[in-house]
Design a protein around this ligand. Structure first.
Ligand SMILES: *Cc1c(COP(=O)(O)O)cnc(C)c1O
Length: 400
């Protein structure tokens, strides 16, 4: 039995029935009216104490009171999360900050933050006896869904846009997924996936409109709170595409504050690419925004029509957070800096969080004596073409 008490629409605030997988508020009939999951926080506070946590496995299932699924045997067999937080003093100097830490989520099973959501999604699909799971993805959600579907033995159908990097496609194929490469954008892959899920009754993992998935992303926020409780950062920076990651991490921090693990909530810094900034604009205007000329080499945040903007905007605001935009050049520079100054190989979208911190310091948003955690959401090995473009070729030399 989970401690879920209700699902609430983030637009009208009404309680909504629990959908099988994806679903929005039945009263609003608005694509931004996504659902938020609430828990019995008094019951959670009674059993999820620091002493209880100390005895649990070092993965994200340790927070079972705040998850919408019962982990069961997966708690030991699927070791997702509890990734390390690394102090990176040389990178901090580069960013102009007194202290910068990295939450290294490249160390998840498929080398990406998305494993947090996919693992919860596949468990949820299993509990509903789903015959097939599906998603549309710029690459990482897909490879992580395919990986967990392989463990669970459920077939997966994955829709990727034409521009998904080859290493991510290779991961999908190795994990045995049915891979459909759509001749079009992520947006078009998303529409096709949604239509086929409706038609065939497949479990729809699309994170923005599947409230259970964002709960998986939340665990990074729960971990940051637990791991830094005695040494809480002022800021947590995260790159933003659909907005599920930022919304999830913020919710995690807020829930840990409610349970008394931390005495304040760090401020969220949402980072978008300059030419793909619809969530940053929605944060400013309060209305839905799109990016018709979306174009960034940070493919994982190249999302022209964000589905989760409303939840992201509300949650970032709740932390007294802000959004910044970074150029592709700044992202490339941050990728090189993370590698050469901290030994962290980030994919472009993951390096965007670090670029955003540097930008926020130079813009006077973050004080130089502040302290930040940047969430590195995906491994650079998933996009080697970009890495080689940025860092150049080796020196070819003859043997002795
Ligand atoms: C998906 C993803 C993001 C952004 O997450 P959203 O929920 O789409 O905002 C950031 N970095 C990486 C590596 C991702 O795969």
């Amino acid at each position: 039995m989970t401690l879920v008490t209700s699902l609430i629409c983030v637009k009208c605030g009404a309680e909504a029935p629990a959908p099988e997988s994806a679903g929005v508020c039945p009263h609003c009939n608005d694509p931004s009216a996504v659902l938020e999951i609430n828990y019995d926080m008094d019951a959670a506070a009674r059993s999820m104490t620091p002493a209880a946590l100390a005895a649990r496995p070092l993965n994200h299932w340790r927070y079972r009171e705040l998850l919408p699924v019962e982990p069961g045997p997966a708690a030991d067999a699927w070791p997702v999360g509890f990734t390390p937080i690394l102090d990176t003093p040389r990178l901090a100097r580069w960013a102009g900050l007194s202290r910068l830490r990295i939450k290294d989520d490249t160390r998840n099973p498929t080398a990406c933050f998305k494993d947090r959501a996919s693992s919860v999604g596949v468990l949820h699909a299993l509990s509903h006896n789903a015959r097939r799971v599906a998603c549309a993805s710029t690459g990482n959600a897909a490879s992580s869904l395919a990986g967990f579907a392989a463990i669970a033995g459920i077939p997966a159908t994955i829709f990727v846009p034409a521009r998904a990097p080859e290493p991510k496609i290779a991961q999908l194929l190795v994990f045995g997924a049915d891979v459909r490469r759509v001749r079009g954008t992520y947006e078009q892959a998303y529409e096709l996936c949604s239509a086929l899920c409706r038609q065939h009754g497949w479990y729809n993992r699309n994170c923005a409109i599947n409230p259970y998935l964002v709960e998986g992303k939340k665990t990074a926020g729960l971990e940051i709170a637990e791991q830094t409780a005695r040494d809480l950062p002022g800021w947590v920076a995260v790159s933003v595409g659909d907005g599920c990651t930022a919304a999830g991490i913020a919710k995690g921090l807020i829930e840990m504050h409610a349970l008394g693990f931390i005495d304040r909530v760090p401020r969220l810094l949402g980072v978008q690419a300059e030419r793909v900034d619809p969530v940053a604009r929605a944060f400013e205007t309060g209305t839905p925004e799109v990016a018709p000329d979306a174009d960034t080499f940070a493919d994982s945040i190249n999302v022209a029509v964000p589905r989760n903007w409303r939840k992201a905007v509300q949650r970032v605001r709740e932390t007294n957070g802000v959004f910044v935009r970074v150029s592709d050049d700044e992202i490339a520079e941050a990728m090189r800096a993370a590698g050469s100054l901290a030994g962290v190989f980030a994919e472009p979208a993951a390096a965007a969080s670090i670029a955003g911190i540097r930008r926020a310091v130079s813009a006077g948003i973050i004080e130089p004596d502040a302290d930040a955690v940047a969430v590195v959401t995906g491994s650079g090995l998933k996009d080697i073409a970009s890495a080689i473009n940025i860092c150049g070729k080796p020196t070819d030399t003859d043997p002795l």
